[in-house]
Ligand binder design. Structure first.
Ligand code: SME
Length: 139
């Protein structure tokens, strides 16, 4: 429907804005819980297309955040055993859950080609971005 399309478009714009303005954000995407299924589905992104459009809960960094409800900062992806590689260029990743009415409904996922680039500032900034996105979703 038209409303979902315009939300998708706005989410894509958010991804593009972040990727174009923050040099160490090399892939930006939003995953959402896929209906009643125990999995995440990619809804919008900027950067190279990924094969991982569906991620089961518990799998990879994203799947772990779907169940932990907590930010996950990965300074070095090689040091993670529960990690799903999307590109050989990726060195680090950050995933911040997206809450609507206190419920974890999805997440923003960012990959970086720079080692250990993410600070507390990124976490706070991405929490703020997700609060704004939650407002878009509630409209
Ligand atoms: N690396 C993620 C998978 C998604 S890609 O980064 C786009 C993970 O381990 O969950």
């Amino acid at each position: 429907n038209t409303k979902e399309l315009s939300v998708d478009h706005r989410l894509t714009q958010v991804c593009e804005l972040l990727m174009e303005n923050i040099p160490y954000y090399n892939w930006v995407g939003f995953y959402f819980k896929n209906g009643d299924k125990e999995e995440l589905k990619l809804r919008s992104f900027a950067g190279e297309p990924t094969d991982h459009e569906i991620i089961p809960f518990g799998k990879g960094i994203c799947g772990q955040v779907a169940v932990s409800n907590e930010n996950f900062v990965v300074p070095d992806v090689k040091a993670q055993n529960n990690y799903i590689a999307c590109s050989i260029h990726v060195k680090a990743e950050i995933v911040v859950p997206l809450f609507v009415n206190g419920e974890n409904i999805g997440q923003i996922d960012i990959d970086s080609h720079t080692p250990d680039p993410f600070s507390k500032e990124d976490e706070l900034f991405l929490e703020f971005v997700n609060e704004k996105v939650a407002e878009i979703l509630e409209q």
